[in-house]
Design a protein around this ligand. Sequence first.
Ligand SMILES: N[C@@H](CCC(=O)N[C@@H](CS)C(=O)NCC(=O)O)C(=O)O
Length: 229
Amino acid sequence: MSIELYWGSGSTPCWRVQLALAAKGLTHTSHLLSFAARETRTPAFLALNPRGKVPTLKDGDVVLNESIAILAYLDRAYPERPLFGATPAEAAQIWRFVMEFESHGGPAISAVTRPILFGPIEPGGEAITAALPALHAELDLLAERVTPGTMVGGQVSAADIVWFCGLQQLVRAATRPIAAPFQLGVWPFGHRWPTIVSWAQRLEAIPGYDATRPPHWSDGEHPAPSRMG
Ligand SMILES: N[C@@H](CCC(=O)N[C@@H](CS)C(=O)NCC(=O)O)C(=O)O
């Protein structure tokens, strides 16, 4: 079968799937859709995914949206280089960390990054400042969990991929000049969370990683999460 991926540049759910494909060594046909040109709303794409969202994956007769469901599908359909662990205990732990991103890590990141990246920022940026303690607590926890090198079982898993792609959004917001007055205290990660740097290096070493980077995020504007200083 030949895997086709419909995706959009800068979408972290899309990046999860691209990184999972790279980590599993799976080739695919890429369909880059433009959000600006509303290519997720064309009749042809809506016929594939009536929600009009990317990522959407097509593999023969299987058509799927929702990035985490896509990761789970790829892992069952192509079991080599598993992303959901080797044992029941590892699988459970990986799912736990994936779902903790959805319930806790992701919302903590979004509360800080959304106003910076998409606005509006209210005078004084109080909502951003109020959201920082929860974000720092999530990063403290992540730094502890990645101390062994990966989150679970010694191999890069879906948990690593989901958290790593989430951090990319944080890097993007924290390195924007508009973020400077808010003293986010998160960037570079190595100042307070050195284990996040070594863990990020491992994800960035996945063969094909560079090709997964959103094409409109240039190097100068978007440094690697593992950048030291
Ligand atoms: N929970 C979904 C999120 C999908 C999603 O919201 N995708 C956005 C990009 S990040 C999208 O397709 N937006 C285009 C649109 O709404 O037209 C997942 O994990 O796949």
